[in-house]
Design a protein around this ligand. Structure first.
Ligand SMILES: [Fe+2]
Ligand SMILES: [Fe+2]
Length: 462
């Protein structure tokens, strides 16, 4: 198969010899990375996966069995909008850029590399999870997320190769060289260096960290650099499933805990082999706070420059009345900040609102079981490493603590070694058997693509 047949695309790859050559060079390195750092132990299995084959709404995905190394990582951009104009910032109302504007070249490259770096990072973080999957359904969802994060890397590498010449090629290689958690070549953003060693962490990550991804992509989808806007718009269609995997995964863990509490009357459900709600809360505290850091400092001149330049907007920019954001201020950490400098916080606020909806859905399950317990998001000041709150310690309610108080109480708030060990042991080994499910999680209400839960989502190599 020739390279452009191997890569489904809507960028006329077969006629772009320069891009083809660059990708031909990059592909073997990518495959090497996938075999070193992709899901361990399942590369020879047939997995029931969706593959993006076009950008038609409703018909963009094809479902079939495929071995992950044969997955066709495609390059898709949302269709161009005719006569699109820059929608915010200093160039508002001018035609969007089809080539990189010289004065914003470094800025754009940095935005693309930072986004691109998160995609392979998450695959690395999740690499061993297959071994403890609670069912074939979950195993398949993990791999679906993994191959699509691989495709998102392709999407960013496409932009680097097409628009940034030699620098772009170098950045593309470096995207394959950094490693999640490595001490000498770590991934760029901190949440992407945290290990994900159990499925509760995976569901939290796909709920909270993939949702950060959604908001970053929404902000980039507004970009006046049209190829970036079109690329990220299509990525968002895939991202929805990742967040579904997370939100429904946590919901099923919570449901199981509630069922067992009702059935046994035992409040300490660890004795019954499921995850207790206070542990779920600690994992929420961890992954929500790590994900809040990904939005960057509350007051940011970088964010202001991205906005002024028309390179990164707000999520759903058209819903705002004023797209210049030159007047007005935003309340940040008790101070009024000029709006453009507060763009990180504006985006973070949209994100928090969205996260609240997940908490509502999880709490509904608890309420249905008439259990007097509620999960909640920790205060935005809690456990931050970047921005206005990083210098101090706060409890999940947002009350200031001394360092001594924090050290003493840390394990009340965040998963401690005992909690992680409990969760890991509970989940290992996984249950890769048709129609079966681990004791600690409830079955999903529906399967994938109209198939039942009992479908053979992953055919293990004989
Ligand atoms: Fe992604
Ligand atoms: Fe994702």
């Amino acid at each position: 198969m020739s390279l452009y047949e191997r890569i489904p695309n809507n960028v006329d790859l077969s006629n772009d010899k320069r891009l083809l050559r660059a990708l031909e060079h990059w592909l073997p390195n990518y495959m090497q990375w996938w075999s070193d750092m992709g899901p361990e132990g399942f590369q020879a299995d047939d997995v029931y996966l969706r593959t993006a084959t076009s950008v038609e709404p409703g018909g963009w995905a094809h479902f079939d069995y495929v071995k992950m190394p044969d997955y066709r990582w495609g390059i898709f951009l949302a269709p161009p909008e005719h006569d699109r104009l820059v929608g915010f910032g200093d160039h508002m109302g001018l035609p969007v850029w089809q080539e990189v504007p010289g004065e914003y070249r470094n800025m754009l490259r940095r935005l693309i590399v930072t986004q691109g770096d998160t995609e392979p990072a998450s695959v690395e973080q999740q690499r061993l999870l297959g071994q403890s999957a609670p069912s074939l359904y979950d195993l398949r969802n993990l791999f679906q997320v993994n191959v699509e994060e691989g495709r998102h890397l392709w999407a960013m590498v496409y932009l680097l190769h097409s628009y940034f010449g030699r620098d772009g090629r170098e950045e593309s290689e470096e995207l394959l060289e950094r490693r999640s958690g490595s001490s000498d070549k770590p991934r760029i953003l901190e949440a992407f260096n945290e290990p994900i060693e159990d499925w509760l962490s995976f569901y939290m990550f796909t709920t909270f960290t993939d949702r950060d991804g959604k908001y970053q992509l929404l902000a980039l989808a507004e970009s006046g650099f049209d190829p970036l806007s079109r690329t990220t718009r299509f990525m968002l269609t895939e991202e929805a499933h990742h967040m579904f995997v997370g939100e429904s995964g946590v919901r099923r863990v919570v449901r199981r805990a509630c069922e067992i509490m009702r059935e046994t009357g035992d409040d300490d459900v660890r004795r019954q082999g499921v995850v207790d709600l206070p542990t779920v809360q600690k994992y929420i505290n961890l992954w929500f706070s790590l994900s809040l850091d990904l939005f960057g400092g509350e007051v940011s001149s970088n964010a202001a420059s991205f906005f002024s330049a028309g390179m990164k907007g707000r999520a759903q920019e058209p819903k705002y009345a004023d797209h210049l954001a030159l007047e007005g201020s935003y309340a940040v950490a008790g101070e009024d900040i000029p709006l453009r400098n507060a763009m990180n916080e504006v985006l973070r606020d949209s994100y928090i609102e969205d996260c609240e909806k997940c908490l509502e859905r999880w709490n509904r399950v608890i309420t249905e079981h008439e259990i007097p317990y509620q999960l909640r998001l920790p205060d935005r000041r809690f456990h931050r490493h970047i921005g206005a709150y990083a210098a101090h310690r706060f409890d999940p309610a947002g009350h200031r603590l001394t360092v001594e108080q924090w050290n003493e109480r840390r394990d009340e708030f965040l998963p401690g070694e005992k909690d992680s060990a409990y969760v890991r042991n509970l989940m290992a080994p996984g249950i890769p058997e048709i129609g079966k499910i681990a004791h600690w999680i409830s079955k999903p209400t529906t399967g994938i693509h109209g198939k039942p839960f009992e479908f053979e989502y992953v055919r293990r190599e004989q």
